[in-house]
Design a protein around this ligand. Structure first.
Ligand code: SIN
Ligand code: CO
Length: 388
């Protein structure tokens, strides 16, 4: 499915990270990628993150209740006919047709893309008024959903006293739309929104993005740096001068102490390597595609000579950083320096989730070595992922 009549440049200029936008069915032919029963099936599986939110609690002002999956199948038959919703995270990792929904949004860089969450709601169901930290495209599948959007929220916005859900205490809708199959609502980070199913079988696909927080960047990178630090790399003061007051920490000492930190944090190359690895680390390492037996180079040659294309594992993350004389490919927390044909291949693999083998790839030892490493790590496969 492709986006038609959608001006990417105008969207990025006027809406991305700024204001919500309703895009009336822009697809060249919309069809539902998933059945409600398949979603319920996923929510029963171990290792799949799922939530059930019911709005039938005793307190009429705060009727939302949260349960975490995996669920027993019988849980779904116990539900009321109205006002509940099931949400399943990272459905793109398990269902190729849902993974394909990300492709039209690849005008946003791979490293910013998180996953596709899918919700199913009975009439009146919804997660309540809230805001998210990330951009999201909310694509309506089957059924209809009434969306309300409000103003900008932040950490100081007042929340309802709920132990599990971050619901807004004050929600004033400034716009309201009813989404029908194929319609897309874009919501930037921090904008209050509330979606309520109108009628049954309401399915919504959330193409979610991610943006690291400053504290996450500093915390995780510092952890990574610590692993390589030497205990004898210490402050020293061979030119120490006697002070009038021994209680003072003088400016030159502070300057040298501070430099011990900033010298490390200012290392842009080290940061690039770390960030590529960090940001390509899979969110759900449970989805393991490693072959039972590692594939040798001979077998690989035979396999690929049949012009078998290469498919990315939908739960793997692929990005690259361009360096002066090579590119650094990052896949699933690993880095691969690539030059010549392997650099071309790595770029092709980052650009599209399928790469067709060309003669120049097949004849390159470095490309073959790279494919074999990626295959044995479970990051690529040669068999077309099954579609529903
Ligand atoms: C939903 O699909 O019901 C919730 C999506 C959202 O509001 O972020
Ligand atoms: Co939301």
């Amino acid at each position: 499915m492709n986006l038609m009549n959608f001006d990417i440049d105008a969207f990025l200029r006027d809406y991305w990270q700024q204001k919500p936008l309703l895009i009336k069915n822009p697809w060249d032919g919309w069809s539902d990628p998933l059945e409600p029963d398949d979603l319920a099936g996923l929510a029963c599986e171990q290792g799949v993150e799922s939530r059930l939110i019911t709005q039938t609690g005793d307190d009429p002002d705060l009727p939302w209740e949260l349960e975490h999956g995996p669920f027993a199948e019988s849980r779904f038959s116990q539900l009321d006919h109205k006002r509940w919703t099931l949400l399943v995270q990272a459905v793109d990792h398990y269902v190729p047709d849902v993974a394909a929904m990300i492709e039209p949004f690849r005008f946003i860089p791979n490293w910013r893309i998180d996953d596709v969450m899918v919700s199913y709601a009975a009439d009146g169901g919804g997660v309540g008024p809230h805001f998210d930290q990330y951009d999201v495209f909310l694509i309506q599948g089957s059924g209809r959903r009434q969306w309300q959007v409000g103003g900008h929220c932040d950490e100081n916005s007042e929340l309802l006293p709920h132990n599990d859900l971050r619901l807004l205490a004050d929600f004033d809708a400034t716009d309201e739309w009813t989404c029908e199959p194929g319609d897309i609502l874009y919501v930037p980070p921090g904008i209050a929104h509330n979606g309520i199913a109108v009628g049954d079988d309401c399915m919504t696909y959330s193409i979610g993005f991610r943006a690291p927080s400053r504290s996450e960047l500093i915390g995780y990178w510092a952890d990574d740096l610590l692993a390589d630090m030497q205990n004898d790399d210490r402050y020293s003061d061979p030119k120490l001068k006697a002070l009038k007051n021994p209680g003072e920490i003088p400016a030159d000492a502070l300057g040298r102490l501070h430099a011990m930190i900033t010298e490390k944090l200012n290392d842009r190359e080290a940061f690039a390597m770390w960030f590529g690895q960090y940001s390509s680390t899979p969110k759900y390492p449970d989805v393991d595609w490693r072959p039972e037996e590692p594939l040798g180079m001979d077998q690989l040659q035979q396999y690929l000579a049949r012009e078998t294309p290469i498919y990315r594992n939908p739960s793997s993350r692929f990005s690259f950083i361009r360096e002066p004389s090579q590119i650094q490919l990052f896949v699933d927390g690993n880095s691969f320096p690539c030059t010549g044909e392997s650099a071309k291949f790595a770029e092709a693999l980052c650009a599209k989730n399928i790469v067709h083998m060309e003669q120049n790839y097949l004849q390159s030892d470095t490309v073959m070595a790279l494919i074999s490493e990626l295959y044995n790590l479970g990051s690529v496969t040669f068999d077309q992922p099954e579609t529903e």
